[in-house]
Write a new protein. Structure first.
Ligand SMILES: Cc1cc2nc3c(=O)[nH]c(=O)nc-3n(C[C@H](O)[C@H](O)[C@H](O)COP(=O)(O)OP(=O)(O)OC[C@H]3O[C@@H](n4cnc5c(N)ncnc54)[C@H](O)[C@@H]3O)c2cc1C
Ligand code: FES
Ligand code: FES
Lengths: 263, 161
């Protein structure tokens, strides 16, 4: 690891000030960034830890919208969402392993936008709003391709507002070595209709499978998806699975998610 | 360099550390608490598992500066001062839950964290909880058995010794 200065502010304002320094970078739970630093793939001069900022931690239900602090760890989301939004609790409670869940944060996961990460599908699948220190960004505008987001340099995710859908489910086909999703599908049915968000599959990162949404808006049943498929073109192809295999999983997992959402 | 102060196994320590000092380096090299092992250094194996403010974390994937002001427990703090093993450690010995022992400190710390929140876990819950802890020797069955036994449950039905 290259050397850097370490700062641990206790307010968002102080963190924003610290991040305005040359080559400064935010540290969430470090579950992605620390391995990256060890590989010398990042070389910040100042690392600004967000872990002591209480105002960006915690979860509350504001009249049907789950407001999750950007610095809330996966384990705390899993516990807090258990009764109000069980599909999200299940997603958070199956990220990595218990140690990853005690450190890793929702803000870090969404800022990183790993193409195989779980949270991006929940944010896109619920039509969430990403709240930063300067603005609010709709999930539909936020994700801009693999490891790419609408965030500006030094911008901090302070909260994520997720409308709690009437029905929802997340089905993850786990890549057993990394425990990330080989493919994961988050399906919701809410006031504005059905959303189907797919992670792990596309080379462009998380995406909405609009054809399936149209079919499910007509009939929210797995049978509505009979005959629908996605193309393997543009799907991630690696030693864990070919693009065609991932495309096949998208259709299978979407059906399973609809069935689970219907309970 | 910055000063960090934390309570490790009940003892307050203050040291000056570099920004990029990992928690596991701090424990092993500054405090000479070498029971916390480094297996992979890539947050995969769990050999470095400790508790920070009661939460299970991988010490190879956390900076010492993040633990400033925290309460930390490591494997060294698990047995009684006279060396009497705690229930989990004793169960690992009784049920042959270790062979080379390299993964064991992490396994014991992970188990302690599970049993604190879930005092009577099912076998499936134990296995789910151990997903971040890799053992190259035992094949896991006896580790699961030891943890179930430490929780006071009948383990006669779990795999063979
Ligand atoms: C063994 C293992 C298994 C895992 N399995 C899964 C899995 O199954 N599913 C899954 O989704 N993820 C998985 N992860 C990733 C994990 O969820 C990470 O915690 C997460 O991707 C990054 O969050 P973090 O808080 O640790 O961020 P960090 O690693 O600290 O930071 C990641 C990036 O986000 C930036 N950042 C951090 N916080 C903020 C913020 N609030 N605002 C703006 N930018 C910020 C940082 O500058 C950095 O660029 C796994 C990780 C490990 C080590
Ligand atoms: S050494 Fe920390 S997880 Fe392997
Ligand atoms: S006992 Fe040898 S690695 Fe687990």
């Amino acid at each position: 690891m290259y050397s850097f200065d370490f700062e641990r502010p206790t307010t968002v304002a102080d963190a924003v000030a610290a991040l305005s320094k040359e080559e400064a970078q935010a540290l969430g739970g470090g579950q992605t960034l620390i391995p990256t630093l060890k590989q010398r793939l990042a070389s910040p001069s100042v690392l600004v830890s967000l872990s002591a900022i209480e105002e960006i931690k915690g979860v509350c239900n504001d009249g049907g919208v789950l407001n999750i602090g950007g610095g809330t760890c996966h384990a705390d989301v899993a516990a807090a969402a258990a009764s109000d939004f069980p599909a999200l609790a299940k997603l958070a409670g199956n990220i990595g392993d218990p140690a990853v869940r005690s450190r890793g944060t929702i803000g870090g996961s969404l800022a990183n936008n790993d193409p195989s990460a779980c949270y991006p599908s929940a944010a896109l699948g619920t039509g969430a709003t990403i709240v930063t220190n300067t603005r609010e960004i709709a999930a539909d505008d936020y994700f801009q391709g693999m490891f790419t987001t609408a965030l500006e340099e030094g911008e901090i995710i302070t909260a994520v507002k997720m409308p709690i859908p009437e029905k929802a489910a997340y089905i993850k086909f786990e890549q057993p070595a990394s425990r990330f999703s080989l493919v994961g599908v988050f399906v919701t049915k809410g006031a504005d209709g059905v959303r189907v968000a797919v992670t792990g599959a596309s080379e462009d990162g998380v995406f909405r499978w609009t054809e399936a949404e149209v079919a499910l808006n007509g009939n929210f049943d797995a049978s509505a998806l009979d005959g629908l498929s996605v193309s393997g073109d543009g799907m991630i192809s690696d030693l864990h699975g070919s693009g065609d295999y991932r495309a096949h999983l998208v259709a299978v997992l979407t059906k399973r998610a609809v069935t689970e959402a219907n309970g | 360099m910055a000063e960090v102060t934390m309570k490790v196994n009940g003892k307050t320590v203050t040291k000056s550390v570099k920004g990029n000092t990992l928690m596991v380096e701090f424990l092993r090299e500054e405090l000479r608490l070498t029971g916390t092992h480094v297996g992979c250094d890539t947050s995969q194996c769990g050999a470095c598992t400790i508790h920070v403010n009661g939460k299970q974390v991988k010490a190879c994937t956390m900076f010492a500066g993040e633990a400033d002001g925290a309460e930390v427990s490591t494997i060294e703090g698990q047995a009684a001062p006279d060396g009497t093993l705690n229930a989990i450690q004793q169960a690992f010995q009784d049920h042959h839950g270790l062979q080379c022992g390299f993964c064991t400190p992490g396994m014991v710390m992970a188990a302690a964290s599970l049993l604190k929140d879930n005092p009577k876990p099912t076998e499936a819950e134990v296995r789910h909880h151990l997903e971040g802890n890799i053992c190259r020797c035992t094949g896991y069955h006896n580790i699961v058995k030891a943890i179930m036994a430490a929780s006071g449950q009948d383990v006669s039905g779990i795999a063979a010794e």
